[in-house]
Design a protein around this ligand. Structure first.
Ligand SMILES: O=C(O)CCC(=O)N[C@@H](C(=O)O)c1ccccc1
Length: 366
């Protein structure tokens, strides 16, 4: 396979409602889509950076810049997705930008060979259970309405974003209204410190699946200390940036569950390596989300079907975030989404919708 060039496209998708976390409130996504054009097929990758470096050090304009300034030239002569990771390894950081390019090349490679993402990654299931992420709200009644509507839609797991001042009361209200059966977890996005340990231990009363990333990204030792003070399992997100950091966090007792986000770790091939390490260590994993369009969502659904993904991921229907998706919408049935089986991602943007939401397009020939 010979790469001819890459199309960098910005797509603006408004969110159906503001999505508030401890670090930002998203009202729209400015998505950087990458199309790899090769002599055998075209492939798509979605860069999951936010517009600002608030979730991680990367941001969308920076990702586009480093692709144009360094990465595309460095991978001009690779012939498969494995070659992308090797060629980009010398550049420090920027896992989301690297992941988008690798995914586009992988999608082209698999479409040319007629193999699906699921088949390539090691899918073990035809459908995956859907969890949903619920943002911080202005009031408890508003939260309960949102959670109730998601449960009515069939989501099998509820994740509540928390931050100091919006944590114990929110969890208690959900438990009191919806009972102990619903699978419930919380995500702090690094909003706490070890000084909050006694406060966070109050979450142990609510039989949560996990507490996600309570402390800052760099504080692996702090998470290991906190794990000894809580009954609720700790799950790392931002801290796990590679197979190496996943292995270290497990060995140090900093995490007993891992949220795998392919963009955060540099791509789906590294995501599979983390899955394999976690399975070998008996650590359950689940697929995180970055408000992906139907393109990134397709790849995440395939990843979420690997055998070690034993907890429901942030893998929701397209309409959780978007009124209109740029692909055929992903629609949950009985709380599950069907793993795509077509070549590559199994989906592609619908040209008319892609045009409607495109804000800029750049072609970089190699
Ligand atoms: O379902 C989804 O795609 C969203 C899952 C989710 O909560 N993502 C969070 C996160 O920090 O994990 C997030 C990502 C990007 C932007 C805002 C929030």
């Amino acid at each position: 396979m010979k790469i001819e060039g890459f199309e960098l496209r910005r797509v603006g998708l408004p969110l159906v409602s503001p999505f508030r976390t401890s670090f930002s409130t998203q009202t729209a996504r400015d998505i950087l889509l990458v199309k790899a054009v090769t002599d055998e097929a075209e492939g798509w990758g979605e860069c999951v950076t936010l517009g600002d470096p608030l979730y991680s050090p990367e941001y969308t304009d920076g990702a586009a810049d480093i692709m144009k300034r360094y990465f595309i030239e460095a991978i001009a002569n690779v012939t498969d997705a494995n070659g992308v990771g090797q060629a980009l390894h010398k550049f420090k950081g920027h896992p989301m930008a690297k992941a988008a390019l690798e995914t586009a090349v992988l999608d082209a490679e698999l479409r040319a060979e007629g193999r699906s993402f699921g088949r390539e990654l090691g899918s073990a299931r035809d459908v995956v259970p859907c969890g949903v992420s619920v943002g911080i709200m202005d009031s408890i009644p508003e939260l309960l309405d949102a959670v109730g509507s998601y449960i009515d839609e069939g989501y099998v797991r509820i994740k509540l974003k928390i931050e100091p001042g919006w944590d114990i009361e929110a969890v208690r209200a959900v438990r009191e209204r919806f009972g102990d059966e619903i699978q419930l977890q919380v995500d702090a996005n690094t909003a706490y410190t070890l000084r909050d340990a006694r406060h966070l231990a109050k979450l142990d009363d609510f039989d949560l699946l996990l507490i996600e990333q309570p402390l800052e990204e760099e504080d692996i030792v702090g998470h290991a200390d906190l794990a000894k003070m809580l009954k609720t399992p700790i799950c790392l997100d931002e801290s796990v940036t590679s197979a190496q950091t996943a292995s270290a966090a497990i060995r140090l007792g900093a995490t007993s569950i891992i949220n795998i986000k392919p963009g955060r770790v540099g791509g789906y091939l590294e995501a599979r390596r983390i899955h394999d390490i976690a399975v070998a260590a008996g650590v359950p994993v689940w697929c995180g989300g970055m408000l992906e369009s139907g393109i990134g969502r397709a790849a995440n659904i395939a990843l979420a079907s690997l055998p070690g993904f034993t907890l429901p991921g942030d893998v929701s229907s397209s309409n959780r975030f978007y009124k209109t998706d740029i692909t055929e919408p992903w629609v949950m049935e009985n709380g599950h989404l069907t793993v795509p089986t077509g070549p590559g991602l199994g989906v592609a943007p619908i040209p008319e919708l892609l045009e409607e939401f495109t804000t800029s397009v750049e072609w970089i020939a190699v």
